[in-house]
Design a protein around this ligand. Structure first.
Ligand code: IPE
Ligand code: IPE
Ligand code: MG
Length: 238
């Protein structure tokens, strides 16, 4: 099957269902987050082995601050832990790690850990793992618009020069191609403010499997489904 697979360049994943997965076992939601965090390394490694170049994972949305302080605290603790352990994984797998989202809204030590990881892995050119933390598609676009408006104000560019490429260039990871495939786990079929601009022509794949149960085999199923899709970008159906 490997030979017949059409490999997406960029796969974006909404890692959903940690809480429901834990609750179904009578465990606290935070247990689901801990188990879910363990899938990140397996899935990213499997993606790299399949030839996928970019993996973007939705880890914490701008809306997720509305969860209880306990749950937010547990998630931040997991990020702190991951930002430490991922370095060894990145070294071993030639993996570049990046973060998108409004980093300024994160605790200073997390911002420092992110800067360190991004710098340490900047030269790795295997798979690129991008973590979306304190990320919202509307927030990303709002920040882009602010930055473009500032350039207009200084006279650097004129309003007539603004094209869709200008907007793409002001997003958080302008050099990463748009996702070919977007996966959401655990049954919900919505975007939840993820990569609003970048997903314009992505194929969408929804699975009932909760994130803590999502492994390399599930990733392969998604890529198989993607392989069967007939991608179009506004052209005809023929
Ligand atoms: C995804 O799982 C992880 C984050 C959003 C941080 P959820 O925590 O959303 O789990 P459910 O969707 O409530 O089951
Ligand atoms: C989206 O999941 C955010 C992340 C996976 C980080 P949510 O669980 O927060 O989204 P909704 O609330 O179901 O739309
Ligand atoms: Mg959820």
């Amino acid at each position: 099957m490997q030979d017949n697979l059409k490999i997406p360049v960029h796969v974006a994943i909404i890692m959903d269902g940690n809480g429901r997965w834990a609750k179904a076992q009578g465990k606290p939601r935070t247990f689901g987050h801990t188990e879910g965090a363990k899938r990140v390394a397996d899935v990213t490694r499997a993606a790299g082995q399949m030839g996928i170049k970019y993996v973007t994972l939705y880890a914490f949305s701008t809306e997720n601050w509305s969860r209880t302080a306990e749950e937010v605290g547990a998630l931040m603790k997991l990020f702190r832990g991951y930002l430490k352990t991922c370095i060894k994984d990145a070294d071993e797998n030639n993996m570049r790690i990046r973060v998108i989202g409004d980093k300024t809204g994160l605790d200073p030590d997390i911002q420092e850990a992110i800067a360190h990881v991004e710098e340490h892995t900047a030269q790795y050119d295997g798979v690129t793992l991008t973590l979306a933390i304190n990320y919202g598609g509307r927030d990303e676009l709002t920040r882009a618009v602010r930055s473009i408006a500032a350039s207009v104000k200084t006279g650097e560019i004129s309003p007539d020069d603004i094209t869709s490429d200008t907007i793409s260039a002001h997003l958080d990871a302008p050099d990463i191609p748009d996702p070919d495939l977007m996966i959401r786990t655990c049954g919900e079929e919505r975007i939840s403010n993820f990569l609003l601009w970048e997903l314009a022509y992505s194929e969408l794949y929804f699975t009932d499997v909760a994130w803590p149960d999502f492994g390399p085999d599930e990733l392969r199923l998604a890529v198989e489904a993607y392989t069967r899709r007939d991608r179009r970008f506004g052209g005809t159906n023929e």
